[in-house]
Write a protein that binds this ligand. Structure first.
Ligand code: GDP
Ligand code: MG
Length: 149
């Protein structure tokens, strides 16, 4: 029996994380960064930003026309957002696991949304964080929020 050689380390993966306006407003930016770092991922960029309708139209292009799109954009314009690029192997799926299910009521305890978000009667838009869902989305979203990276 031969044990296969360890694969060579692939290039580090990056994802875009946003602490949404509810998270910044509630003082949970540090808690989100803490969980990312505690998991072992690296912070490659962190910047407090104000979104614009144009930026959000690109960021949420896949949701244009859905019933929640208008309220979602309005919410994302309601205050500052902490934009983060996190880095590490598997970080795209890994951060989605840390974040938990989109609906905070359904998100498992132990996750950011499960532990820290709830249903405030505003459907599921106020769920604290965004995380890219694929390599393509991550690269596209990082270019939108951090054009200089
Ligand atoms: P995510 O990838 O888990 O963030 O979820 P989606 O990409 O499906 O949706 C983007 C964001 O839109 C979510 O994080 C929520 O903030 C919001 N959202 C999704 N579905 C709904 C909905 O049914 N109602 C409302 N009000 N907001 C929603
Ligand atoms: Mg999504």
């Amino acid at each position: 029996n031969t044990v296969p050689a360890e694969p060579t380390t692939p290039a580090a993966e990056r994802t875009l994380v946003l602490v949404k306006p509810d998270g910044v407003r509630r003082g949970l930016s540090g808690e989100v960064l803490r969980r990312i770092e505690a998991k072992g991922y690296t912070l490659a960029a962190v910047e407090l930003k104000s979104a614009t309708p144009e930026l959000l139209a690109e960021h949420y292009a896949e949701h244009a026309g859905k019933p929640f799109y208008g309220p979602l954009v309005e919410f994302m314009l309601s205050g500052p957002i902490l934009a983060v690029v996190a880095e590490g192997q598997g970080v795209i799926a890994g951060f989605r696991s840390l974040a938990g299910a989109t609906n905070p009521t359904e998100a498992a305890p132990g996750t950011i949304r499960g532990d820290l978000a709830r249903d405030w009667g505003l459907k599921v838009q106020q769920n604290l964080v965004h995380g890219s869902d694929s390599v393509e989305s991550a690269e596209r979203e990082i270019a939108l929020w951090f054009p200089h990276l």
